[in-house]
Design a protein. Structure first.
Length: 322
């Protein structure tokens, strides 16, 4: 489940309440291992996703990130001068605890449980770095990209380079596949989509495969609608993760070209009952005859009841096929 480790779990909240800053959890191998394993122990998912956050990359680039209770991430907005000075030299040494976490997880996880690593896509990371927090429709970042294109390109290039180093090291330390989250990909016109979403992810895929030729990479360009059609071919990702906004007939077309993941609306998981069952059945009936990783179409919400998660898992596992 996307964001399967986190705030809807009481065992997560216990550790979170006892700990200091959120990023310190990500940089503490002992705690990050425990938090990664919690949903596996409780639900027996097929895959464990590293407990971390996409915003460790700005932090590793020397732009401190803090998480404020109830507000999400806060970053000091980056200046044009700071963009020109950004360097990837310290990225890997800053992220060593995360590689230790992966190494330990690959020892502790049952062999049938896949270990997933991840990073944010450059566009999504850049939106947080330019403004410092999420904004409606990412207006300031879109305008920055249009008006200060050369500077913005440099920011995207640095994040791309850092992400390649980061993902290669994740795979070397035990991640069996990696997912690239482009949570804010939906807001761009065709030219900007190619420049800021597709091309940087293509370069990450190419860069990672230069070091690890058979690296398995999942792309999640949330909300890109019709652009999903060519996303796999243009970027080179193996699997595409789909949000719930796509018609399932369109999802079937995408699935003809390779595996898909998704795409239950996380609100159905909060609502539960018939609404949840119908949502699960719709996906399984449309997509289960091809390569499918059943998943949510975006992250689980903190107020999701655990018994709804249990009943979703049971319904998926009991499904007998078409
Ligand atoms: O199970 C997992 O997937 C855990 C690892 C994980 C986290 N964040 C932990 C986390 C992953 C894969 C992410 C990805 C992430 N982080 C994305 C991309 C996916 C998506 O949901 O769109 C984005 C955009 C972020 C940035 C981020 N981190 C935001 C906007 C927030 C605050 C809002 C929220 O949903 O909590 C976070 C905080 C965060 N990341 C928490 C966790 C467990 C909650 C921290 C807390 O308050 O305890």
């Amino acid at each position: 489940m996307m964001r399967q480790a986190g705030r809807y779990l009481p065992e997560y909240r216990t550790i979170r309440n006892r700990s200091g800053a959120f990023l310190d959890l990500c940089y503490s191998p002992e705690k990050a291992v425990e938090l990664t394993l919690q949903p596996i122990r409780r639900f027996g998912f097929d895959a464990a996703i590293l407990f971390s956050d996409i915003l460790v990359i700005p932090d590793a680039l020397g732009i401190p990130v803090i998480f404020k209770e109830g507000q999400g991430p806060i970053i000091k907005p980056i200046s044009i001068d700071e963009i020109s000075l950004l360097k990837v030299d310290n990225v890997l040494s800053h992220l060593i605890p995360i590689f230790e976490t992966l190494k330990e997880l690959s020892i502790q996880l049952p062999s049938e449980t896949t270990l997933l690593g991840f990073c944010g896509a450059p566009w999504t990371i850049a939106t947080y770095m330019i403004v410092g927090h999420a904004t409606p429709n990412q207006v300031p970042t879109r305008l920055f990209a249009l008006e200060k294109t050369t500077v913005f390109q440099r920011l995207i290039d640095v994040i791309t380079e850092a992400s390649i180093l980061y993902l290669v090291e994740q795979i070397k330390n035990g991640a069996e596949a990696v997912q690239i989250f482009d949570s804010w990909a939906s807001l761009l016109d065709q030219d900007q989509m190619n420049r800021w979403c597709i091309e940087p992810v293509r370069r990450i895929v190419e860069g990672v495969r230069y070091h690890v030729p058979h690296a398995k990479i999942i792309g999640f360009p949330k909300g890109i609608g019709a652009y999903y059609k060519d996303y796999r071919r243009l970027t080179g990702v193996n699997m595409v993760s789909l949000d719930w906004g796509l018609p399932l007939s369109f999802a079937q077309e995408i699935q003809k070209k390779g595996p898909v993941q998704g795409n239950l609306d996380p609100l159905r998981l909060i609502a539960g009952g018939k609404v949840l069952n119908d949502g699960v059945d719709m996906i399984l009936e449309s997509l289960s005859s091809g390569p499918l990783v059943f998943n949510l179409g975006h992250g689980i919400m903190p107020n999701t009841p655990i018994d709804h998660v249990e009943s979703m898992i049971k319904r998926v596992r009991d499904f007998k096929g078409n």
